[in-house]
Design a protein around this ligand. Sequence first.
Ligand code: UDX
Ligand code: UDX
Length: 462
Amino acid sequence: MKVAVIGAGYVGSVTGAAFAASGRQVTVIDSDPRKVDRINAGKSPIYEPGLDALIDAAVRRRLLSASDRYDSIREADIVFIAVGTPSRPDGTADLTYVKSAADGIGAAINPDRFTVVVDKSTVPVGTAELVAARIEERSGLAHGKAFAVASNPEFLREGYALEDVFYPDRIVVGTGHPKARRALRKLYGPLLERKAYGVPADVIPQPTEAKAETIYFETDAKSAELIKYVSNAFLAVKISYINEVARLCEAIGADVTDVAAGVGLDSRIGGKFLQVSSGWSGSCFPKDTAELLSASRKYGSELTVVRAAVDSNRGMHEFCVEKIRRRLKSLIGRRVGVLGLTFKPNTDDARQTQASVIIGGLLELGASVSVHDPQGMAMFRTLNPKLEVRYCATGEETADGADAVVLLTHWDDYALLDWQAMRKRMRTPYVLDTRNFLRKKPWSEWGYEYEGIGIGTVRRRR
Ligand code: UDX
Ligand code: UDX
């Protein structure tokens, strides 16, 4: 079975490598020559734990290759579209790249064989029809005869993408076409049986927790497209909810970690995605909640709960800036160190991160800001050229002359920092830990004032 994947980003590169690992012949197509070269050299085009080894093993066994051309579409049984679908200023998804991929498919598709085209990217409801129409226009072929378009949304979490692609809770396939259904069932067979036919078992990650059997879920294209948005928006609502509960805990004097644990024990709720933060962010939740909201308004049935979660999330970023301002009285002439620029640990993805909003707020109030991130500094700097901050080579450096150090992203690296030594580098020993990640350290003994979110303040020992 031959597979083509258009787009070698956070989704396409993982998706292509996983199908190669299950013994398929996979070509990843990308317009960025650097990504094409990296994959053909057996390297991952993005930072994702475990992906380098997987791509290297698949390329060595000639199961995976990359190209900047659409030639491989001619021989492909299944073609995945995994290009970017960034937000437009009005919040709707920009389908420029999806349309360009559909046009590329239309120009290269083989009229003598049946091709299944699959939307893997997160795309607005109705995009499968749009892709089908563009391929018909460009190829002169009829949808349903020479090809069919299906929706097969991804549920990958960055930093855990390999675990999520090999041990997903569910595989959602949206199409009514029997040939497309048959082809996709065949493609996913090895992954459902959790067998890696093409590569040594040691390059397939073991799940970090017990994983129930993967459910293969078939529906129509529109429902599959909507499942993705509704899932992501629900996760965002859940996080906004616990972050607001954390603020209530501060007012009441309760401990949000225990509240979340106690609530999460209810199997109807579950303990995941109840971890406190300075708010959710990244390349998916903001874009997917915005698109779903605008779609719900367009269809005259606005999801007001999602709108409330988006507003509440913005308020959470502001709440963290206000916490620092309140503690330091004024930020004018003050220096704040910021640990963590990526939207979560174990990724280099610094797109739409809470850090850019929070740092912007601190600068606006007159603070100077020093920043560090183990993986995301380069992308953050490129995406935020106007942000006047000091980029530090180490996490410790963010403490130099600082009146506050704020942990935004819970990288393990930050638990290993020499916090005792950092105390002497700071002008005011105040730490705000927006993930409650370091709460167990002896802050008071080290002479710090430590604050979390929803867990009260640890005063420094006089
Ligand atoms: C993308 C979507 O943004 C997201 O909504 C969806 O959930 C999964 O697919 P991601 O993989 O992060 O997520 O996109 P990105 O990292 O931007 O990668 C897209 C790749 O497609 C880039 O490497 C880009 O070079 C490539 N591309 C884009 C093409 O090869 N051709 C194009 O016409 C446009
Ligand atoms: C998300 C979905 O989880 C995934 O299924 C979908 O395919 C893409 O979008 P991702 O954006 O990679 O994945 O990251 P995720 O782990 O969901 O975190 C999203 C944001 O929520 C991050 O900013 C993270 O820090 C935050 N978060 C997550 C919390 O604040 N608290 C939590 O408990 C979990």
